[in-house]
Every structure is written in structure tokens, then in C-alpha cells.
Design a protein around this ligand. Structure first.
Ligand SMILES: CC(C)(COP(=O)(O)OP(=O)(O)OC[C@H]1O[C@@H](n2cnc3c(N)ncnc32)[C@H](O)[C@@H]1OP(=O)(O)O)[C@@H](O)C(=O)NCCC(=O)NCCS
Length: 170
């Protein structure tokens, strides 16, 4: 069974020790420790952010984090989602020794179910970036209905978005 639990003194050491494969480091360009620090800073700036440990049958196998913000980046100016509220998937990873067992899919599903309860407020979208070379992530996100926007950052990260209203397309 997959569960998402908040980071506490009981699991922070295990979460920090989780690692992706060497060739995958380029896909995330961050660490779990840095993301936990980012969550602290985002919250201090008034942007709600929650980091979670991913548990599989009581074992910490991964980490994810999302925040709640406004899609107001200048590169979104001509898009229908410009200045709309969104949940943003900041980071998701499964430790290299636990990948390929379906945990990433189940964790993403749980996170989206959590987001659909609008824990920090109403939003029309959930969004994320993924490196265009990260075929596994691209396939996973597409299977949940994330659509590539064509907005690609300098580091070859694609901005993908999913409408939270199933009757409303991007
Ligand atoms: C991406 C990641 C979170 C997926 O977690 P996982 O537990 O390994 O993945 P799962 O076993 O749940 O498989 C999820 C889906 O990925 C896709 N997938 C898996 N392997 C794939 C491959 N070789 N090629 C294409 N798609 C693949 C499939 O859609 C799969 O679902 P399915 O098996 O039901 O078809 C994990 O591999 C990871 O942490 N990677 C490194 C960090 C990273 O890239 N994070 C995302 C940054 S945007």
C-alpha cells in the first residue's frame, strides 16, 4: 500500500538519504534536502508548499512536493491559464532501488487525489515541468492527462498542465 506522509523527525533522515540513479540526476536538478528547504522558503513567502515522504508498506521509498501558486510567469502571458491559480508539482522521485514497481504511478495518483480536495484553495490547474529527455516521466504524466504546453525553458524542461475541471480543456 502506498501512503503519503508529511515530513517529520521520524522520517526526515530516510527521505534525505533517498537517491535517484546517476543518469537521472540531470532530470531533477535538485535534492530532497534542497526541496525541503525550498518548502520552508515558499511557506515563509506565503506560498503554501508541502513536502511528503512516499511510503510503500511502511518503508520510505520516495519523496514528492507540491505548492499552490499563481501561473503568472511572463512566458505564460498569451496562455489561457495565465494568472490562474494552480497546484504545482515541485518534485517527485522514487529511490533508484524501488523504481519500476508501480510506486511512482500510485504516489502521483495519491497526490492528485489530495490536490483535488483543494487543500490550500481553489485552483483550475495542476502543472509541472519535466526534462524533455525524461521519457518515463513524460509517459507517466501524459497517462494522467497532463498536456505539453510547448513552453520549454532553457534547460529543456517542458511545462505541462492538467485541468482540474474534467469538463474544461486546457
Ligand atoms: C519518474 C519516477 C517518479 C516514476 O516512478 P517509478 O516508480 O519508477 O514508475 P512506475 O513503476 O510507477 O511506472 C510509472 C509509469 O512510468 C512509465 N514508464 C516506466 N518505465 C518507462 C519506460 N522505460 N519508458 C517509458 N515510460 C515508462 C509508464 O507510464 C509507467 O506506468 P505503467 O507501468 O502503468 O505503464 C521515477 O522513475 C523516478 O524517481 N525517476 C527519477 C526522478 C524523476 O525523473 N522524477 C520526475 C521528474 S519530472
Amino acid at each position: 500500500m502506498i501512503e503519503l506522509r508529511k515530513i517529520t523527525g521520524d522520517n526526515i533522515d530516510e527521505v534525505i538519504e533517498l537517491e535517484v540513479g546517476e543518469h537521472q540526476k540531470d532530470f531533477i536538478q535538485t535534492t530532497n534536502l534542497r526541496s525541503i528547504a525550498d518548502a520552508y522558503v515558499l511557506n515563509a513567502d506565503g506560498i503554501p508548499a508541502t513536502p511528503f515522504a512516499i511510503y510503500a508498506d511502511e518503508v520510505v521509498v520516495g519523496f514528492l512536493m507540491y505548492d499552490y501558486d499563481t501561473l503568472d510567469h511572463e512566458s505564460f502571458e498569451n496562455e489561457v491559464f495565465y494568472e490562474k491559480k494552480s497546484y504545482f508539482i515541485w518534485h517527485i522521485m522514487i529511490d533508484k532501488s524501488y523504481q519500476g514497481k508501480g510506486y511512482g504511478r500510485l504516489a502521483l495518483e495519491k497526490m492528485l487525489t489530495d490536490i483535488e480536495t483543494m487543500p490550500y484553495g481553489e485552483a483550475e490547474y495542476v502543472a509541472l515541468f519535466y526534462r524533455t529527455s525524461n521519457v518515463k516521466a513524460k509517459t507517466l504524466y501524459a497517462s494522467f492527462g497532463f498536456v505539453d504546453t510547448g513552453i520549454i525553458q532553457d534547460d529543456n524542461s517542458m511545462f505541462a498542465i492538467k485541468s482540474l475541471d474534467t469538463f474544461h480543456s486546457v
